[in-house]
Ligand binder design. Structure first.
Ligand SMILES: [Zn+2]
Length: 478
């Protein structure tokens, strides 16, 4: 299922996303990674719950069914930052129409917004959800509503979800322990069973308790994704039932077939996207960043630029060739001085370009294009050049070279960074992530012995990716 994720900033393009939202305010540069994480964790949750069974079916009069595989995953399609102060804080159902209209109809839309009095909502059978946090269960729960799933915790006809295998949880209880039964929230959603005032609901203060709080009994643990319970939030406990998945999949194939990226359990589809901040002005800015993280499942990516010629045709200008791993960021600087060092790419001023990101894995490929015209800039004249990052280029070594055995890799970083290390053969152009030495690293110097026995003899490349920026070292295996 293709999904777009939408973020909102002030009308003038400044500010954090989601206005005053407590849980989801983000710097603009961080939203691309956040969208990526949202999809990753929601997918992980759907995978995890596929081995879990609905609890407490018998005590609540439901048919007993086994664990149900959830055959659904999200694929991130595009990430948007909109200028719209009105979306800082909205009421349920408010001000969404323009973001789910014709422009975004080829993907399901997730709007990250501060909502009043709800963590999220999604209209029944709709093509969007609005969420105020990025919780994995919330995303899957709201998507469930879009696929006709109802809450399972209301024991009344309005809440009937047409499934005989989901328990209807309904209770009344003596909230204050004073002998009067109160029909309160019909769901156990509080792990500690304490209410907002701190009262332990399992041992109310009064003496003539008619019914203790139902959540005090393990038979009321509701682990269904379509409830609000604490158990439903955990991928290791939560579940959907066979009936629910049947309803959801039927609805998906009937009403949302056009949003499906691929039906393929083994080969994951790839996507490509080029994002940038809403106030980016290509004709005025002398440097900016393209965020390429809105692309998933690729094992290789390629970035190319074509330049508009005086005769109106485009000719190749720059081509990265295939690079290992996921696309991350491209820092563009504009200027005619060929010795400009910062930035991952330098583009001459007063010219028009088409930038193309192509992604692929062993069974699928996708691409995305952005066209823009640079202004009269020379970033070489400016003092406020972007920080080159924490990598110590002078410490970056690989030896012995050539080598007929392992190679020692040395590098250093001035501050903590996310490090990915790839090794590959130039002839086959396939690169392996060396997982055990990749990951989040603190500032310092690092030495690793790389086993090259999996590579053919000949020229190869070590790639150290530091917070998304690659550094290359060539070597020869003998
Ligand atoms: Zn709901």
């Amino acid at each position: 299922m293709k999904v777009n994720v939408h973020f909102f900033v002030n009308d003038d393009g400044t500010g954090l996303t989601a206005g005053n939202g407590a849980s989801n305010q983000l710097e603009q540069r961080d939203v691309f990674q956040k969208a990526d994480d949202l999809v990753y964790f929601a997918n992980q949750y759907m995978e995890d719950i596929s081995s879990n069974k609905q609890l407490n079916q018998i005590p609540w009069g439901a048919d007993t069914t086994s664990a149900q595989c959830v055959g659904l995953r999200f694929l991130l399609d595009e990430v948007f930052i909109h200028r719209d102060s009105n979306m800082d804080l909205i009421n349920i159902g408010g001000h969404n129409d323009q973001y789910v209209g014709i422009n975004y109809r080829d993907a399901y839309n997730i709007l990250a917004v501060d909502i009043r009095r709800a963590s999220g909502y999604a209209p029944r059978q709709g093509r969007y959800m609005v969420v105020r946090s990025f919780d994995q269960q919330l995303i899957v729960h709201e998507f469930g509503h879009s696929l006709l799933l109802e809450h399972t915790h209301f024991g009344n006809s309005n809440g009937d979800d047409n499934c005989f295998d989901t328990p209807w949880y309904k209770w009344e209880y003596d909230r204050y322990g004073d002998g009067s039964v109160i029909d309160s929230k019909k769901t156990c959603w509080n792990v500690s069973n304490r209410d907002a005032s701190g009262t332990d609901l399992c041992t109310p203060n009064g003496t003539t308790v008619i019914n203790p709080h139902p959540c005090c009994d393990s038979s009321t643990v509701n682990n269904n994704v379509m409830t609000y319970s604490a158990a439903a939030q955990s991928g290791s406990i939560a579940a959907l039932t066979p009936c629910q998945v049947d309803i959801a999949m039927t609805e998906l194939l009937k009403e949302k077939c056009d949003l499906i990226a691929a039906i393929e359990p083994i080969c994951k589809p790839v996507s490509a996207h080029i994002g940038y901040k809403p106030n980016t002005d290509f004709s005025q800015d002398c440097s900016w960043t393209f965020y390429l993280r809105g692309s998933t499942n690729e094992t290789e990516h390629r970035i190319s630029y074509q330049k508009l010629q005086p005769d109106g045709t485009y000719s190749p200008f720059l081509d990265s060739d295939w690079l290992p791993g996921r696309a991350r960021e491209e820092r563009v600087v504009v200027g005619d001085d060929p010795y400009i060092k910062h930035g991952t790419v330098r583009l001459p001023s007063n010219s028009t370009y088409i930038m193309t990101l192509t992604t692929r894995n062993n069974c699928d490929t996708d691409h995305y294009r952005v066209e823009f015209t640079t202004g009269a800039c020379d970033v070489g004249d400016q003092d406020d050049s972007p920080n080159p990052g924490p990598f110590h280029t002078e410490e970056f070594q690989a030896y012995p070279n050539p080598s007929n055995g392992p190679i020692t890799l040395e590098y250093g970083i001035a501050s903590s960074a996310e490090i990915e290390i790839y090794v590959g053969s130039n002839a086959t152009n396939s690169f392996e992530l060396i997982a055990d030495i990749s990951g989040y690293k603190l500032a310092g110097s690092y030495h690793h012995q790389l086993d090259l026995s999996f590579l053919p003899n000949g020229a190869g490349t070590i790639v150290v990716v530091v917070d998304g920026y690659p550094f290359y070292k060539q070597f020869v295996k003998q």
